[in-house]
Design a protein around this ligand. Sequence first.
Ligand SMILES: *Cc1c(COP(=O)(O)O)cnc(C)c1O
Length: 405
Amino acid sequence: MSEAGLEQKYIQEAFDTNWVVPLGPNVNGFEKDLENFVGEGKRVVALNSGTAAVHLSLLACGVGPGDEVLTQTFTFCASAHPITYLGATPVFVDSEDSSWNIDINLLEHAIEDRIRLTGRTPKAIVPVTLYGMPYDIDALMEVADRYGIPVVEDAAEGLGSRWKGRAMGTFGRYGVLSFNGNKMITTSGGGAIVCPDDESWERIMWYATQARESYPYYQHEAIGYNYRMSNICAGIGRGQMSVLQEHLDHHRHVQELYREAFAGADGIEVHKAPDPRYNSNYWLCTILLDEKLHVKGQEHAYEETVKGAVGGAGGVVHNTSRLHTDCEPNANVEGLRIWLKERGIEARPLWKPMHKQPVYKQAPAYTNGISENLFRRGMCLPSGPCVTDDDVHYIIESIKEALIC
Ligand SMILES: *Cc1c(COP(=O)(O)O)cnc(C)c1O
């Protein structure tokens, strides 16, 4: 049966059996599939987004008003926003050059400094498997354990990525996965929490289903959330699990094509795993442009404001009349983005570091310049399941064309 066929079968089953609700056989089946995939005897709760998964994981770690939570500054906003949902303050930590993920020495310095300044130990650490790249999580867990701080692994971009053979998302107290439309697999929208045991699984499940007490009527003794995944979405997820390995193979193949194509190119560097312990799913293939590299038309970069959002976000995006911010991709990166867009290719900037986001300008940050430098020089290239070898060759040729002066 084709991929869509299997998904439609599970969705049809949901209608036929009258399980068009946020629980049911597809949700249970999808959770079992995920448990088998990540291994390590973990339990999984499926939720309606990865953001909800970060939120409930932090809640279950006891994060509340007035607390501080350490997270990677070089990430998508959903690693940080749930910290503020809980009334806590994010403390941003910069990245290391090799994996682009949280710098563990800087993390330890930040922990020491927060304890010295506030007299309290941060409540949690949220490291991120950025673009699918693992990091030395043994070293990170050693620091976290030494200070007794629970770790919530944001592996939203890292389904199928492994550190020394073990799935990312299974090392910390909780692991976060996402099945948003653009992630390694999709349920249209969805997420999951990888839990260490039955007890924490039950606690997360309880919070995700409005925290009800067992009475014949609705009795509430804590604040809960409506975060459970729908049985329809989970049907898509079950179908997608059957093609996860194909997707992983595809992303690694596309990465390899880009890597070969740019191996001899001056001024273009394809981000790659530092050594074989880091097994990336290569969710997105990312490149860095030397700032001295000249791209055709770069003198016209930033002449027009962008309408809507890069990334084609649905919903409402505030339009701006300003052309610049104090931290933005170099002109050659923006020039290349526009060059590719004119050829029907959607390339995107890297995530803008959280400590440079106006909304977080008050938040403490421990920086070393690396994430800002990567943001200025970096770009994500198309790599999704619909991107063919021919597409990749067209993208590579288009980039090379932009560089010939
Ligand atoms: C996508 C993503 C999330 C959240 O996922 P949603 O399912 O979109 O809510 C969290 N963290 C990171 C790093 C992500 O890329």
